[in-house]
Write a protein of this length. Sequence first.
Length: 119
Amino acid sequence: QVQLVESGGGSVQAGGSLRLSCVASGRTFSIGAMGWFRQAPGKEREFVVSITRSSGTPYYANSVKGRFTISRDNANNTVYLQMNSLKPEDTAVYYCAAQPAFKPQFDYWGQGTQVTVSS
């Protein structure tokens, strides 16, 4: 099994920045891509960004492209999400997720970290 633990959430004013971290433990050798999802109150969970394991290729949702940056440290089993120019609509619980290698679905999830952006 794989365990994911997020940190770095908090409250910030619009235009501010936050950096989220996610540390994986357990069978980390079995992890493929990792990513971030978010869920705002009353809304469904949505994809934010993912990053492949080997090449580190990122894939961003249009809503965060140009503002968020994902990075990955495979040696330390950690993925980061740098969030700049935050907007009130970015307010949500952010979840770290990981795919088993060679599988398309995100099977492993963290407990989530709250990000609140005030106007």
